[in-house]
Design a protein around this ligand. Sequence first.
Ligand code: CAA
Length: 283
Amino acid sequence: MIKKVGIVGLGQMGSGITQVAAQAGFALLATDAGEEIISRGIKNITKQLDKAIEKGKLDPAGKEKILGDIKTTTELHDFADCDLVIEAITENMTAKKEIFSELDKICKPETILASNTSSLPIGDLASVTKRRDRFVGLHFFNPVPVMKLVEVVKTLDTSDETYSAAFEFAKAVGKSPVRAKDTPGFIVNVLLIPYLLDAIRQYENGLASREDIDNGMMLGCGHPMGPLTLTDFIGLDTTLYIADVFFEEFKDSHYAAPPLLRRMVNAGYLGKKSGRGFYEYIK
Ligand code: CAA
């Protein structure tokens, strides 16, 4: 029975997962690398809860209850009694493996470990632990409080018990989970990323202006965001990282990053988070 949930990483994804899990009534313990990043994450959650109050979807007492259910720490050792720990740090295999290796030693035997990775093999992360059967992928989408999907990823070793506990957890936080295999990009990114790469390639080749490419897909296909805006939103660095993982895996030009994307990332144009991507953003 999952009651206490640990979150490692309080960036955009981790703070979103913390928020939805606390809103669903779970006890949360969250950490990141240092007090400053932790308080930024909590500030983001508070901002989202304040917006919900403004819209009449939450009352001030509800906000205090949710924030009261979120504890933070700078010590991984405090995660010992969590029933589920979800890692949501940046996409870096070595850093993730270090965290899981530590968590495996610290957490009680029943604790389920999960990663929110969008592109790294879950089985590779599980391999550094002695609990491969209690290891699963829980891939949320950005912005977490809005997007209904969670891909629940089963490795070759994930037990049925672990998988169904993770699946039920995704439902309990108000999401609609889908069953995904431990293949690169799971279901969504293996379809989405080539589409974004094609849009960048076409833009680079002069097919149309950035606005017309985006409006074409929004107004012609009913997408909430055009592909260049969506790449800015996901992060150009994240998109490039995922494309490189796919290309390495499939060796198929379909997944090759367009030169423009790599040039922009090298120049520090990371999208919305850096203030500039295909569009400019006021920070
Ligand atoms: N956090 C929380 N809530 C947010 C939010 C955020 N960052 N951004 C918007 N919202 C909420 C708003 O508060 C609003 O809520 P209400 O309906 O309760 O009023 C609602 O979302 C709609 O927002 P807006 O009216 O401001 O703007 P919008 O209608 O343009 O919607 C959007 C914004 C939800 C982001 C929408 O444009 C959208 O769905 N875009 C596509 C996002 C997408 O494709 N995400 C997946 C990315 S891929 C990924 O995450 C996987 C990966 O591994 C890379």
